[in-house]
Design a protein around this ligand. Structure first.
Ligand code: HEM
Length: 494
């Protein structure tokens, strides 16, 4: 049952509230996040929207967000949109309630598989998927010199990250770049997920029970297909007698908790796999796509990025970064960080107090209340980011410029014990892919394209195409001092 009445306190809200429907009238159903961003301007660091009888409280100011990130007082809260996903991902890591026993068990079992050093095992998988993407692009190109490959970036990055996570999680190849057909699992998973999201919205409305029932009926075959495919995969692995722990599935099936001896059951393992597939692909592909969008718009920034790839990878366009080299692409990493600042691809998270507490603005918050931290607004709060907060500037992540910034003002991977377990995975993959792509190709966007951000569960540039032409690494004009040399002098080790 959703309780979120904030002891009757009312926050500022946009004009035009109506009886019964509340603030629904001004919302854009296809881009709820962006319309909420627009409506939040001028309302201060916290505001509310009423959707019929459900109150949504949003945090847009970095200072309030920092308070809610204090783990000693607050923890993850599950707003209706996340609750609705439990039909799909159950007590998987992302959608589990804080006190559910499977959360701690799965967290403890899986954490070692997501450390920085564990990325060594995934590195070859990431390289191979990237190689397949390039082969797929180049096979489509007209002429022998692969001139003028036009790529739908969000679509292709999403295929790439889906392949990578499915191979790393359960050694399954969806054939995204090698098969002409789209594997039916992918659209079924997306349909099931989208239904979950729509139900999240409907559940806040009165008289929506019938619509929810109808949605459930329409979605049943997608969900059944997704669940049966994963159950079969688990059963086949069990029957094979393979006790290896070479992928996430192997760890979940074959490892007991070192202290309690407990193991995950098969239904929970299915929930975890679904969680990794969903949480681990569009988020990363969006991060890559936004970084590529901004870099492709600015020749100077693009030149800096390509110069870095040439310095590290050398002259051979087929060169691949070693595991150790990935951490050296400091400029690319800053470009990704900056893209995730402006467009954090998982754009919000919920927070609730552990016990009734009074916020520093005097408002009482009880454990039944939740606030939604709106990352794109927190990440653009001029108090934390300055007056040019809307501009894309990777160098704001130089350590010298990051020093002294308001704590918790940058949270694209969430916060506290429920923060993203896949952060290292996502960053290793994204840097590796960006490095290879910019080293191998010159990229040019359509100057007439204005960024359109689509909203599903995550954010992505929509309709964003790049023309890719093979480049000769080393062709970027370099100044008297190399970029890497500059970084070495200026940047203390992070
Ligand atoms: C750029 C890419 C990514 C972004 C921006 C991102 C963002 C986030 C955020 C904001 C949360 C916290 C949500 C909350 O508090 O409600 C989260 C949690 C999570 N993410 Fe990620 N994520 C990314 C990539 C990944 C990858 C690659 C994986 C898996 C391989 C992954 C798996 C998870 C899981 C399992 C959780 C739930 C953790 C828990 O509650 O114990 N994510 N992510």
């Amino acid at each position: 049952m959703i309780v979120n009445d904030w002891s009757g306190h009312t926050f500022p809200h946009p004009p035009g509230r109506r009886p019964l429907i509340g603030d629904v009238a001004g919302a854009d159903r296809t881009r709820p996040l962006q319309s909420t961003m627009g409506r939040s301007r001028g309302l201060g660091p916290m505001f509310e929207l009423k959707v019929f009888s459900t109150k949504f409280v949003f945090v847009t100011g970095a200072e309030v967000a920092a308070e809610l990130c204090d783990e000693s007082r607050f923890r993850k809260g599950l707003p209706p949109a996340l609750e609705a996903l439990r039909d799909f991902a159950g007590d998987g890591l992302f959608t589990a309630y804080n006190d559910e026993t499977n959360w701690q068990l799965a967290h403890d079992l899986l954490l070692p598989a997501f450390t920085k050093s564990a990325m060594q095992g995934y590195h070859p998988i990431m390289l191979e998927a990237t190689r397949e993407l390039f082969a797929y692009w180049e096979a489509k190109a007209v002429g022998p010199d692969t001139a003028g490959i036009t790529a739908d970036i969000s679509r292709d990055m999403t295929k790439l990250t889906m392949e990578t996570i499915s191979r790393a999680a359960f050694s399954h190849d969806f054939g995204s770049f090698t098969s002409p057909e789209v594997h039916p699992f992918v659209p079924a998973m997306i349909a099931a997920l989208t239904t979950g999201q729509r139900k999240g919205t409907l559940k806040t409305m009165p008289f929506a029970k019938r619509m929810v029932r109808r949605l459930n009926e329409k979605n049943a075959h997608h969900l059944e297909y997704v669940e049966s495919m994963l159950d079969e995969l688990i059963a086949v692995r069990r029957a094979s007698g393979d006790t290896g722990q070479g992928d996430l599935l192997g760890i979940m099936l074959n490892q007991a908790h070192p202290e309690t001896g407990e193991r995950l059951d098969d239904v929970n393992i299915r929930h975890q796999i679904l969680t990794f597939l969903v949480a681990g692909h569009e988020t990363t592909s969006g991060a890559l796509s936004f970084a590529l969008y901004y870099l492709s718009r600015d020749p100077d920034l693009l030149a800096k990025a390509q110069q870095e790839t040439d310095q590290i990878l050398g002259d051979d366009p087929d060169a691949e970064p070693t595991f150790e080299q990935v951490a050296k692409f400091r400029y690319l990493r800053r470009a990704l960080d900056e893209g995730l600042r402006l467009w954090p691809t998982a754009p919000a998270f919920g927070r609730s107090p552990r016990e009734t507490t009074t916020l520093s603005n005097g408002v009482v918050m009880r454990p039944e209340d939740w606030a939604i931290v709106m990352l794109p607004m927190v990440h653009r709060d001029p108090e934390a980011w300055g007056d040019d907060a809307e501009a894309f500037d990777p160098d704001r992540f130089l350590p010298a410029r990051s020093r002294g910034r308001q704590p918790h003002s940058y949270k694209p991977f969430g916060t506290g014990e429920r923060a993203c377990i896949g952060r290292q995975f996502a960053l290793h993959e994204a840097v590796l892919v960006l490095a290879r792509l910019l080293h191998r190709y010159d990229v040019a966007g359509d100057p007439a394209y204005d960024l359109v951000v689509s909203e599903r569960l995550t954010l992505q540039p929509e309709g964003f195409e790049l023309t890719l032409t093979p480049r000769t690494p080393g062709s970027v004009a370099t100044g008297s001092e190399t970029l890497v040399g500059l970084e070495r002098r200026r940047v203390p080790a992070e």
